[in-house]
Design a protein around this ligand. Structure first.
Ligand SMILES: Cc1cc2nc3c(=O)[nH]c(=O)nc-3n(C[C@H](O)[C@H](O)[C@H](O)COP(=O)(O)OP(=O)(O)OC[C@H]3O[C@@H](n4cnc5c(N)ncnc54)[C@H](O)[C@@H]3O)c2cc1C
Length: 279
């Protein structure tokens, strides 16, 4: 459990980090996914470029219509942030459910989404929140819709020579609400099934919905059939039974020693209804 030899470089700005980043190097955020992978020699970078001392990347800014979370913000700082609690409650709630206090104090939102573990919480939550991912590279910066960012098993739209700098979260409208529910792996607290739900209502009737899952398939996904079925109806038990029948209809469900395919699919329905009942 000792990593292969590597060089350590600490960057004081994103520009400096980009200029240091060589072909076989890796960005170091909180190190809570990368260091274990290096100890198992699944990852053997020539150099680690540490971005954890770049204060700007840790900022959480309340703008008029959005809240911008720096990629280096820890899960704990996101869970505690007042504007997020008020204007994007699902974000603060999900952050507080990640791992344990040590993981939340070191792990960062940017590191989590760059890593894109299929059982991580942020991917489902950011899909339901309709987030934008801000990415810096040598020629400037680009913004990617979350729907295009997660592309498969541990795969994202991020290129090797790029750094995630921020995540933009739209503030909830007055008629909207969101929440996150997960069935946890008891040791790590990763999601065996995590369901993030965001709905807008017109009176009792759902006018739009974004429902996303982590842990169910080999990549996070939005259950678009459920989103369509929810529209125009209320959140009564009868309507939820009908709408949530299709939670896994577009994906192939994972099976492992924590949960069989059948059990996971069942949990996905249970946790979708649990989240939607709260809204
Ligand atoms: C015991 C334990 C329990 C955990 N439980 C949970 C849980 O319940 N839910 C959950 O979602 N996660 C969980 N995690 C994962 C944790 O949240 C990690 O911190 C997170 O996945 C990675 O974030 P990091 O900042 O530590 O990234 P690192 O480990 O530093 O990096 C991960 C990857 O992202 C890259 N990277 C990092 N930052 C950036 C950036 N800004 N731009 C581009 N690339 C970048 C790195 O090069 C690396 O490839 C757990 C981890 C541990 C060790």
């Amino acid at each position: 459990m000792i990593p292969a030899q590597f060089e350590y470089k600490s960057a004081s700005s994103v520009q400096e980090a980009l200029s240091m980043l060589g072909e076989n190097d890796k960005i170091l955020g909180g190190g809570h996914s990368l260091i274990p992978a290096m100890k198992l020699r699944l990852n053997m970078p020539e150099a680690l470029i540490d971005i954890s001392k770049i204060e700007k990347l840790k900022e959480i800014t309340d703008n008029e219509a959005t809240i911008t979370i720096g990629a280096g913000a820890t899960h704990a700082s996101i869970a505690a942030h007042k504007a997020l609690k008020n204007h994007a409650p699902m974000i603060a709630e999900a952050a507080g459910m990640i791992g344990d206090i040590q993981v939340r104090n070191r792990g960062t939102i940017g590191g989590s989404i760059a890593h894109a573990d299929p059982s991580a919480d942020w991917p489902a939550v950011l899909l339901a929140a309709d987030a934008k991912i801000v990415i810096a590279n040598a020629t400037g910066s680009r913004e990617v819709d979350v729907d295009q960012f997660f592309q498969g098993f541990y795969t994202t739209a991020l290129e090797d020579n790029e750094i995630i700098t921020a995540i933009r979260i739209p503030k909830s409208a007055a008629n909207a609400n969101s929440c996150y529910e997960k069935f946890v792996q008891p040791a790590s607290r990763f999601a065996i099934v995590g369901c993030a739900a965001a709905v807008e209502k017109n009176g009792d009737s759902v006018s739009s919905a974004r429902i996303a899952f982590s842990g169910v398939s080999d990549a996070p996904y939005r259950a678009k059939e459920v989103e369509t079925a929810l529209k125009g109806g209320d959140l009564s038990e009868e309507h939820l039974d009908m709408a949530c029948a299709g939670v896994t209809s577009d994906v192939s469900v994972m099976s492992d020693h924590f949960a069989s395919e059948k059990y996971r699919a069942h949990l996905a329905t249970v946790y979708a209804k649990r989240a939607l009942r709260r809204l």
